[in-house]
Design a protein around this ligand. Structure first.
Ligand code: NAD
Length: 511
């Protein structure tokens, strides 16, 4: 653990931001304080956008869309390729900034930028594959096909815990699809957003003016600014990532004006450990999935069902891992658990633990840990809670490192409990029994958008398409066929014959 705090992250942050091309005036004089959860210190004073700003940014994005959609898709892909190059060249700096602003350990900060690079690669290939089907038609000498067209301005609202990757998952795809993009990042992470915007500006400059002005806009601010994006009729699609509470409001507003929504929301993710599981592998996977990123991933493992026959072999070892995990400054080598994002997250964790005790839970860990004597930073020991029944806080997502462990005897009953919470995003089974594994991924098994075997639930590959929150019907960003959500489908029928088949009995006398 760190010694007394003796460094300032503010100066380094300003250096990184200016080296990436962010204008100094964007970092001072504003009303919103950007902080690092590592030390709790203020890093910059950024400016919130107003309603007038939002209106202007969206208007420019709409005008840009009308031009951008005319460029051939592979040409649009060239811009995304250049963005990927900028990200590659600046991976270390942007990754470090993610660690400073979101509190992730160094490898996770860099990993987040790598995901941005990966989705750029994916989108460049996709720009040559935006294909529709040719469909057999009932009419003679006709051909029927589906064509995919650009949709319009794509609004992106993102959460603090993936401050930049979420934008890239959406923007890279939206841009090759022919859309413009307006981004409202989390109010807790405006600096990484400014840095990303500056890198995109460099890519646009290298694209040599072939992209219209306003193609990608950035709106800084809190919930109110997000609402401006959601309410604007010129935005036909909003991809919103965050809590289910946010998604419930945003989804209803978008439905109210018949706009499309991609909702990537919270998860109360679970894993089942069966008697045949490889317990060494399970231990590593569970410890990483539950404690990694200080439990602040949408796919963090939060509930663990352990078969009674292996409970005593697994759970005491897990408790040991919890007691010994390295907590501290995420910028230091060897740290596995960094800070919670802020005091609100700490309070929510303590509330959940005290509610768990009220429900008969036995809590191990969960206490605040002093790191370098920093009073404004919130470091905690991850908590493991042994609890007999799935009730109270076990049934909701607390965005902090709490793992509820429950014994089970019957797999069907465990799967039923697994599926009995509304927020299902990602899930796992640990087993060497083929039947159990196949059951878990079958229609009778996990009801989540991600169902894994012998690998933890946390994290997802962009190629497989992210998300799948069951409460919302399953948002999907990035890979697989998610691109279709960013485009509109038209069916075209072409008559290459000389007759015009009409419905039976219909006659026109055209003289
Ligand atoms: P949050 O819901 O508090 O905020 C997310 C974003 O929504 C922020 O930019 C916020 O300003 C905006 N927002 C909030 N209310 C809004 C409204 N009414 N209209 C428009 N915008 C609004 O979430 P958070 O605390 O930043 O992030 C943590 C949550 O995000 C967790 O629940 C986590 O599981 C979830 N998450 C999900 C995914 C996923 O892909 N499924 C990924 C990352 C995070």
């Amino acid at each position: 653990m760190s010694q007394a705090h003796s460094f300032s992250l503010a100066a380094e942050t300003t250096d990184i931001l200016t080296s990436l091309g962010v204008a100094p005036e964007r970092l001072r004089g504003g009303t919103r304080t950007a902080r690092s959860p590592i030390t709790g210190e203020a890093l910059a004073q950024v400016h919130d956008d107003t309603q007038a700003d939002a209106t202007a940014v969206i208007a420019r994005a709409h005008a840009a869309f009308l031009q951008w959609r005319l460029l051939p898709a592979p040409k649009r892909g060239e811009l995304v390729r250049l963005l990927g190059e900028e990200l590659r060249a600046n991976k270390a700096a942007l990754g470090r900034l993610v660690s400073i602003e979101a509190g992730k350990i160094v490898s996770e900060g860099l990993g987040e930028v790598q995901e941005m690079i990966d989705i750029c690669d994916f989108a460049v290939g996709l720009s040559r594959q935006l294909y529709g089907l040719t469909i057999a038609t009932e009419r003679a000498e006709h051909r029927m096909m589906e064509t995919w067209h650009p949709l319009g301005v794509t609004g992106v609202i993102s959460a603090f815990n993936f401050p930049v990757a979420v934008w890239a998952w959406n923007a890279a795809i939206a841009l090759v699809c022919g859309n413009s993009v307006v981004w409202k990042p989390s109010e807790k992470t405006p600096l990484t957003a400014l840095a990303t915007d500056a890198l995109l500006a460099r890519a646009l400059q290298r694209f040599r003016g072939e992209a219209p002005d306003g193609l990608a806009g950035l709106l800084l601010g809190g919930r109110a600014v997000g609402e401006m994006l959601v309410d604007d009729a010129r935005v036909p699609l909003v991809s919103a990532t965050g809590s289910t509470a946010m998604g419930r409001v945003v989804g209803a507003c978008l439905a109210g004006r018949f706009a499309r929504a991609i909702l990537e929301l919270g998860g109360n993710n679970a894993a089942i450990v069966t008697p045949t599981a490889d317990l060494d592998l399970t231990l590593r996977a569970v410890a990483f999935a539950a404690m990694g990123t200080a439990g602040q991933r949408c796919t963090s493992l939060r509930r663990l069902f352990v078969h009674a026959d292996v409970y005593e072999q697994l759970v005491p070892r897990l408790k040991q891992a919890y007691a010994s995990v390295a907590i501290g400054n995420p910028l230091e080598q060897g740290t596995l658990i960094g800070p919670l994002i802020d005091r609100g997250a700490y309070d929510a964790m303590q509330d959940a633990l005290s509610a768990a005790k009220d429900h008969g839970g036995r809590v191990f860990g969960g206490e605040r840990v002093s790191v370098g004597g920093l009073n404004e930073a919130y470091y905690v020991r991850p908590a493991l809670v042994e609890i007999a029944a799935q009730a109270g806080p076990v049934e909701r997502e607390t965005f902090a490192p709490i793992l509820y462990v429950m014994p089970y005897r019957d797999l069907d009953a465990a799967i039923e409990l697994h599926n009995a919470v509304p927020q299902g995003l990602s899930s796992s089974i640990f087993t060497n029994d083929l039947r159990e594994a196949e059951l878990f991924v079958s229609s009778r098994g996990s009801d989540c958008g991600i169902a894994n075997v012998n690998i933890g639930p946390s994290g997802a590959e962009i190629g497989g398409a992210f998300g799948g929150e069951k409460e919302t019907g399953g948002g999907r960003e990035s890979g697989s066929d998610s691109w279709k959500a960013y485009m509109r489908r038209a069916t075209n029928t072409v008559n290459y014959g000389r007759s015009l088949p009409l419905a039976q009995g219909v006659k026109f006398d055209l003289g």
